[in-house]
Ligand binder design. Structure first.
Ligand code: ADP
Ligand code: MN
Ligand code: MN
Ligand code: MN
Length: 371
C-alpha cells in the first residue's frame, strides 16, 4: 500500500478481539452529524439484543458536532435499526440512531423522520430503491490515492471495471468493505471500479422505503471504518478533481409495485413526467457542489435541464434497455451526487412519484438545515 497511513495495529488487536466478553455486549451507536459525516460512540449492554425496543436511548454533546448550541447541547439518540458489528463480531452490534432535540423536535439533520412519514403514507406502493454509491480514495495528504506524485495517471479509459496492475487501486480496501457489509446484513448488490482511477462504486438495494437510507448510511460507516484501518481516506465529494476526470454520483434506481409488473412502463413514464415538473426541487436535495459534476459531460446531464431516455447515460433519467424491452421494471435517476443524504433523496422521490403527503414536505425539511 503506497502512500497509506496506517495508524492501527490490527494484527496486535486481533488477540484481544478473541477475549471472552463475559456476557456483556458492545453497541456502537452511529448517527449523522451537522456536516453529513458519521459519528459514533460505544457502550456496554448487559445482554444480547434481539429487538430494537431493548436498546436504550442515549445522548451526546451536539455542540461538538455542529448539531446544537453550547447552552442547550444535549442531543438524544433514538435507536432505529441494528446490525451485526463486523469489527467486533460475536453478539456486538452497530446501532443506527436518529437525532432528537431536548424539546422533542427532530434535530435539523434528522431527515429520516420526515422521509419515514412519506413512506408510511405510501406503504401500498411498495417503493424500492437501489443506490449506486460512488466514492474516491485519498491518501493522508488528500491527494488521490496511489496517483503519481505531482502528476497524473494516463487518461481515463482502462480503469472502469479495470483489472490488472496500474488499472485498479486498493482492491484490498474494497474487498474488505464488501465482506464486512455482507456480514452485517447490508443488501450490497455489487461493486465495481469506476472511470477515474481510485474511484469505486458499491450498490445497495433493492431496499424498501426507509430501509434504503438506513442501509446506505451503515454501508458508508463500514467503509469509513475499513478505510481507517488501511490508512486511506474516503471522500464523497461529487467532483474531487476538476478537469477531464469523472465526478462521483449516487444514481438512484426506483420502482413501485406497479412498475415491476407487466405493463409497468406506463407507470414509469408517468413517474418521469411528474419528475420533469419538479426538477429544481429535486436538484436542491441532490447534494452540495453537484453543479461541479452535472455539466453535461462525463456521463452526466446538465443541471439546469431535465431530460430522459432509454439507455441514455447523458440524461437526467435513464430507462435501462432491458426494462424498455420487457416493458416493466424500474428507472434510474442519475442526478444525485455522491454526497447526498439518502433520506432526502428517497423521500422526495416517493413524494413526487407516489404523491404529496399532508404534514410532510421534503424541500422544507431540507431547508430546516439552514434555519
Ligand atoms: P448501472 O448499470 O447504472 O451501473 P448498477 O448495476 O450499478 O447499474 O445498479 C443498479 C441498482 O439498481 C442496484 O442497486 C440494484 O439493486 C437496483 N435495482 C434493480 N432492480 C431494481 C428495482 N426493480 N427497483 C429499484 N432498484 C432496483
Ligand atoms: Mn453502477
Ligand atoms: Mn457508476
Ligand atoms: Mn447507474
Amino acid at each position: 500500500m503506497s502512500d497509506s497511513f496506517v495508524v492501527e495495529k490490527t494484527s496486535i488487536l486481533a488477540k484481544y478481539l478473541q477475549l471472552d466478553q463475559r456476557g456483556s455486549i458492545i453497541a456502537e451507536y452511529i448517527w449523522i452529524d451537522g456536516t453529513g459525516s458519521i459519528r459514533s460512540k460505544g457502550r456496554t449492554l448487559k445482554k444480547r439484543i434481539t429487538s430494537i425496543d431493548e436498546l436504550p436511548e442515549w445522548n451526546f454533546d451536539g455542540s461538538s458536532t455542529n448539531q446544537a448550541l453550547g447552552h442547550d447541547s444535549d442531543v438524544y439518540l433514538k435507536p432505529v435499526a441494528f446490525y451485526p458489528d463486523p469489527f467486533r463480531r460475536g453478539d456486538n452490534i452497530i446501532v443506527l440512531a436518529e437525532c432528537w432535540n431536548n424539546d422533542g423536535t427532530p434535530n435539523k439533520f434528522n431527515h429520516r423522520h420526515e422521509a419515514e412519514k412519506i413512506f408510511n403514507a405510501h406503504k401500498k406502493s411498495e417503493i424500492w430503491f437501489g443506490l449506486e454509491q460512488e466514492y474516491t480514495l485519498l491518501d493522508q495528504y488528500d491527494n488521490i490515492y496511489a496517483w503519481p506524485k505531482g502528476g497524473y495517471p494516463a487518461p481515463q479509459g482502462p480503469y472502469y471495471c479495470g483489472v490488472g496492475c496500474g488499472k485498479v487501486y486498493a482492491r484490498d480496501v474494497i474487498e474488505a468493505h464488501y465482506r464486512a457489509c455482507l456480514y452485517s446484513g447490508i443488501t450490497l448488490s455489487g461493486i465495481n471500479a469506476e472511470v477515474m482511477p481510485s474511484q469505486w462504486e458499491f450498490q445497495v438495494g433493492p431496499c424498501t422505503g426507509i430501509k434504503m437510507g438506513d442501509e446506505l448510511w451503515v454501508a458508508r460507516y463500514i467503509l469509513e471504518r475499513v478505510a481507517e484501518e488501511f490508512g486511506v481516506k474516503i471522500t464523497l465529494h461529487p467532483k474531487p478533481l476538476k478537469g477531464d476526470w469523472n465526478g462521483a454520483g449516487c444514481h438512484t434506481n426506483v420502482s413501485t409495485v406497479e412498475m415491476r409488473k407487466p405493463g409497468g412502463m406506463k407507470y414509469i413514464e408517468d413517474a418521469i413526467s411528474k419528475l420533469s415538473t419538479r426538477h429544481d426541487a429535486h436538484i436542491k436535495l441532490y447534494g452540495t457542489d453537484n453543479d461541479l459534476r452535472l455539466t453535461g459531460r462525463h456521463e452526466t446531464a446538465s443541471i439546469s435541464q431535465f431530460s430522459s431516455g432509454v439507455a441514455n447515460r447523458g440524461a437526467s433519467i435513464r430507462i435501462p434497455r432491458s426494462v424498455s424491452k420487457e416493458g416493466y421494471g424500474y428507472f434510474e435517476d442519475r442526478r444525485p451526487a455522491s454526497n447526498i443524504d439518502p433520506y432526502l433523496v428517497t423521500g422526495i422521490m416517493c413524494e413526487t412519484v407516489c404523491g404529496a403527503v399532508e404534514g410532510a414536505d421534503m424541500v422544507k425539511e431540507f431547508e430546516r438545515e439552514s434555519n
